[in-house]
Design a protein around this ligand. Structure first.
Ligand code: ADP
Ligand code: MG
Length: 835
């Protein structure tokens, strides 16, 4: 129950007027929800469940979600009482309502945000458009779905999980005993009720849990697909982002990228170079010096076909061969050694056309550089190409409605508001906070600091009080471990590489006498209960008597948010606890920002290296430094975003067109074609008519494929060109020009030419439409070799081995079909063979 009068005080004291004003409308909802409790509690299980259908019907009739909120929340709370045996606290209702209205609910660690999310998730899922709950790692998405799935299932909604390379549906009947479970015993609970399912089905569920990475990559993957059936996602309706600062701020620095080494082999370029070499200017191709372009003649094309040993390059090989043939001819006709480039050793180096200076490291895109390398007999470099990319900022803006929750948001409220339009509101805790945050201790040297830390840990450990030590890096983590070993303190070291094990370790960090060294971010999302897990009341009381969890920070982080996150591990739900940071003048933050004044103070005191001085003055100046760095970093992220916003427009336009080709009606597809051709061109109209007749009902689908292949090919090239542009505008800043304005201006030009290229290529390929064409390898199969670049390689299947969901084409008696790799075995047994 909310303690109203005391809370009112608490609010104004702690959060200031703005926050209490913002909170007011949400607080007002609480009594409305609570009023409904007696009636709802009296319902039978079946009647409670029937509420879902009733709500859906009312929405159908025009009732808004806002109007339904109090009832829906009351129903979820009742379902939770009956399943989890947990009754949402009043403050949790407040948090839930904030999430429902596009806000960020700042709720401290241990306040039960997992449960909070069930309220807006249920309410919004009633609309039938799907709700995505975003977690920081795969493990947490499984944990949360199998935990909260009980509530949704009770109320008749489906709940699913997307993980890296696997998807699950919450299913209370699923208790299959697979061998894996024994190996990974610590997640027994997580898998118990999760039945593996198709990706698509996971997205069809009312509520889908998953990481930001998987949601984002699935979006990109969908935009590489060639059939509507392979699309995974349905829509971006409502996302609730857990640990929102970690995802929308910390992770937002790295964009999502799907890239792969180009499949084109060296021989491929050599072959085209050879062919180009045998073609002669005027008869086989013409040069347009002004436009820096070449045009193959019919004679030239026939000659090339003969050399390739094929009948028709357009129908037999498709867009890509034509493109490479042209590129090889361009390399021959328009690029001259020692003019546009030089050959240095076995390398082709570009000569800048304006300055005449060599540009080592820069490369022409679209395979041109390789074509020149082949022509010169230089080493042909393999390149990794980007197939798709997006920043998290722009991915999450796809959602009609976005919201988030975390223990630490207030210090970044400006960024949340400016970038995502989200208002941050701090929700009071369920119980008063008893945690004591001590002033920082400051040492002159890092060695002195570590010695003092080891001493402190030993002393605290003697009382049995559990200690959680946060370090800024793995390196420091290990260093500190050495110090503790020397002091004879038994401890756990948390390695951030394995989330599952991480959860396990962190969950036990509150045991009597436990000492845990973790990186600052480690274990986010896992609750630290005093006494450990499972624990008895006696264990809990013992730890409480020892003072609760002691959190010891070994360095101030660049952002106050991260420090607060670490402190927040202690003192959950009104538990006692203590936190303190140990810093030294040799810490990077101090080195850069500590003023001479501080150093002088330290000098004047003539203090031993492992003796601290503790002054509010230094703590304050540290916080000022942090605020400044936060500002810098925000600017840096804004900068990344500004650039991506330019790309975003391109991406949206191209993906929209692509999607129309994929899922649009036949009429739409044909209409698109008519838009790009000249209707007064009689021979063109004639051609189309002839094609329509010849292909009959297959005309639109042949057209779709041609469009998709063409869009993809040019889009990949556009990504490359934009990348290059981005690098080059920065160099131009020397010329007093604003690089961003240049980027925008030239980007627009590139984009316009992209659209023209796509259209003219489609028109050019039209005479060959529907020929017995060997398909261009869809990018989706390329994608399975692709590596996601995210600092770890878990993003996309990497390497040569086939991913289990990858498609393979198989044949039997002339019949052909695509099946998933994991199902291949059973087909092979049936007499099918791989094509
Ligand atoms: P947060 O994500 O806010 O840090 P969690 O969702 O991990 O918190 O929950 C912390 C703990 O509090 C969990 O063990 C959970 O079961 C418990 N909890 C949350 N809400 C309630 C509630 N209304 N009643 C009882 N226990 C709750
Ligand atoms: Mg959590």
């Amino acid at each position: 129950m909310l303690k109203w009068p005391s809370m009112a005080n608490f609010l104004t004291n702690l959060f200031g007027d703005q926050n209490s004003r913002d909170l007011k409308p949400y607080l007002a909802l609480v009594p409305k929800i609570n009023e409904l409790e007696p009636a709802i509690s009296a319902l039978s299980d079946a009647d409670l469940k029937a509420k879902t259908a009733e709500f859906k019907a009312r929405i159908e009739k025009g009732e808004t979600l806002d109007a339904l909120l109090p009832e829906a929340f009351a129903v979820v709370r009742e379902a939770s009482k009956r399943t989890l045996k947990q009754r949402h606290f009043d403050v949790q209702l407040v948090g839930g309502a904030i999430l429902h209205s596009r806000g960020i609910a700042e709720m401290r660690t241990g306040e039960g945000k997992t449960l909070v999310a069930t309220l807006p998730a249920y309410l919004n899922a009633l609309s039938g458009h799907g709700v995505h709950i975003v977690t920081v790692n795969d493990y947490l998405s499984r944990r949360d779905a199998s935990w909260m799935g009980q509530i949704y299932d009770f109320l008749g909604l489906s709940c699913a999980v997307i993980n890296h390379e696997s998807s699950y549906m919450y299913d209370p009947a699923h208790k299959e005993a697979d061998e894996k479970r024994d190996e990974e015993g610590s997640f027994k609970v997580a898998y118990e009720f999760l039945r593996p399912c198709e990706r698509r089905d996971a997205y069809k569920a009312d509520i889908t849990y998953g990481t930001n990475q998987e949601f984002g990559f699935d979006y990109l993957r969908d935009n590489l697909e060639y059939t509507p059936e392979s699309l995974r996602q349905r829509e971006w309706n409502f996302a609730i982002v857990d640990e929102v600062d970690s995802i929308l701020i910390d992770e937002a620095r790295t964009p999502l990228i799907i890239s792969a080494a180009t499949a084109d082999s060296e021989d491929f370029y050599k072959m085209f170079a050879k062919i180009a070499n045998q073609l002669s200017v005027e008869t086989d191709y013409k040069i347009d010096e002004k436009r820096k372009a070449i045009q193959l003649t019919d004679v030239g094309i026939t000659k090339a076909e003969k050399l390739l040993g094929i009948d028709n390059i357009y129908t037999d090989r498709g867009v890509k061969y034509v493109h490479h043939l042209e590129t090889a001819v361009r390399a021959k006709a328009l690029f001259h050694k020692d003019k546009e480039y030089v050959v240095r050793g076995s390398e082709v180096v570009i000569v800048d056309e304006f300055t005449g200076r060599l540009q080592p490291g820069r490369r022409w895109s679209e395979g041109l550089h390789q074509a020149i390398e082949a022509k010169e007999g230089a080493t042909i470099q393999k390149e990794s190409r980007t197939y798709a990319s997006i920043t998290y900022q722009n991915f999450f803006r796809l959602y009609k409605k976005l919201s988030g929750m975390t223990g630490t948001a207030l210090t970044s409220r400006e960024e949340f508001f400016k970038v995502y339009g989200l208002n941050t509101i701090s929700v009071p805790t369920n119980n008063p906070i008893k945690r004591i945050d001590q002033n920082d201790l400051i040492f002159q040297t890092e060695v002195g600091k570590f010695k003092a830390i080891a001493r402190k840990v030993k002393e605290v450990n003697k009382k049995g009080q559990p200690v959680l030590i946060g370090t800024v890096s793995i390196e420091k983590n290990e260093l500190l471990s050495e110090y503790l070993k020397r002091e004879g303190v038994t401890h756990e070291v948390l390695n951030a590489k394995n989330h599952e094990r991480e959860g396990e370790i962190i969950a036990q960090a509150g045991r009597l006498g436990a000492v845990t060294i973790a990186t600052n971010m480690a274990g986010r999302g896992v609750d630290i209960k005093l006494g450990g897990k499972p624990s008895t009341d006696a264990d809990y009381e013992k730890v409480k008597a020892a003072g609760g969890l002691f959190v010891l920070g070994t360095e101030r982080h660049e952002a106050r948010r991260i420090d607060n996150q670490l402190r927040g591990r202690s003192g959950r739900q009104g538990d006692p606890g203590e936190t303190q940071f140990f810093v030294s003048l040799e810490d990077s933050l101090m080195r850069i920002f500590a003023t001479d004044m501080i150093k002088k103070v330290m000098g004047r005191f003539k203090i031993a290296e492992d003796e601290p001085i503790e002054t509010g003055l230094i703590t304050r100046s540290l916080e000022t430094a942090q605020t400044r760095i936060e500002g810098f970093n925000f600017d840096a992220r804004k900068h990344v975003l500004e650039y991506d916003d330019v790309m975003n427009l391109h991406r949206k336009t191209v993906y929209e067109r692509r999607r129309k080709m994929l899922v649009g009606s036949d009429e739409d597809v044909v209409k698109d074609l008519m838009n790009i051709i000249d209707e007064n061109d009689a021979s063109m109209m004639e051609l189309i008519k002839a094609k329509k007749e010849a292909l009959g009902p297959n005309f639109p689908s042949a057209l779709r494929r041609l469009f998709l292949q063409t869009i993809d090919m040019f889009w990949v090239e556009h990504l490359e060109a934009m990348d290059y542009l981005r690098a080059s505008v920065n160099l131009r800043a020397y010329g007093q020009r604003d690089p961003f304005i240049e980027y925008k201006r030239e980007g627009l030009m590139l984009f316009k030419s992209l659209q023209v290229s796509i259209d003219s290529q489609v028109v050019k390929m039209l005479p060959n439409l529907g020929g017995n064409s060997v398909e261009l390898k869809p990018l989706s199969t390329v994608e399975s070799d692709a590596k996601g670049i995210l600092g770890n390689d878990s993003a996309v299947t990497s390497g040569d081995k086939m991913g289990r969901n990858e498609k393979v084409t198989i044949v039997k008696n002339g019949e052909e079909k695509e099946v998933k790799y994991k199902k291949l075995d059973s087909y092979l047994k049936d007499g099918w063979s791989v094509k």
